[in-house]
Design a protein around this ligand. Structure first.
Ligand code: FES
Length: 154
């Protein structure tokens, strides 16, 4: 049976047919909607590469069933830049070398945008690391990532 859900993705209303109730938001975004900025790392909720915002909250999209999100507002890395200008968090990651190979970067940036909106970091590097602990970086670019988040939060 095919069901249809409505999503707003990066500000655009979309109606999407779901023919497999097990499809995740991650697979829907990447394979059906070709929004491949969101990365698949572990596919089991452990690395954070797939982080997106769902109704403003940070979510591991590999763990989120698409069918459970009818009506949701989704923001992916593709939706951050506006009118050709990078988002301040993206600018801060560039300024502080908050990446090396770049694979985890979309998830890191989406997580940073979410945590800054949550308002719990309070300019504290330790707190930022704790709040970003769900986003792993195999290259170990944590210093630059933390500095970027602190700058973007200020
Ligand atoms: Fe979703 Fe790793 S791919 S947490």
């Amino acid at each position: 049976m095919t069901l249809s859900i409505s999503l707003t993705i990066n500000g655009e209303p979309r109606s999407v047919a779901i023919d497999d109730p097990r499809v995740t938001l991650l697979d829907l975004l990447r394979e059906r909607l070709h929004l491949t900025g969101t990365k698949k790392g572990c596919d089991r909720g452990q690395c954070g590469a797939c982080t997106i915002l769902v109704d403003g909250e940070r979510v591991n999209s590999c763990l989120a069933l698409a069918l459970s999100h009818d009506g949701a507002e989704i923001t992916t890395i593709e939706g951050l830049a506006e009118e050709g200008r990078l988002h301040p968090v993206q600018e801060a990651f560039i300024a502080h070398d908050g990446f090396q190979c770049g694979y985890c970067t979309p998830g890191q940036i989406m997580s940073a945008v979410g945590l800054i909106a949550e308002g719990h970091a309070h300019g504290d590097a330790e707190r930022v690391r704790e709040l970003m602990s769900g986003n792993l970086c195999r290259c170990g670019a944590y210093r630059g990532i933390t500095e970027a988040v602190l700058e973007a939060e200020a």
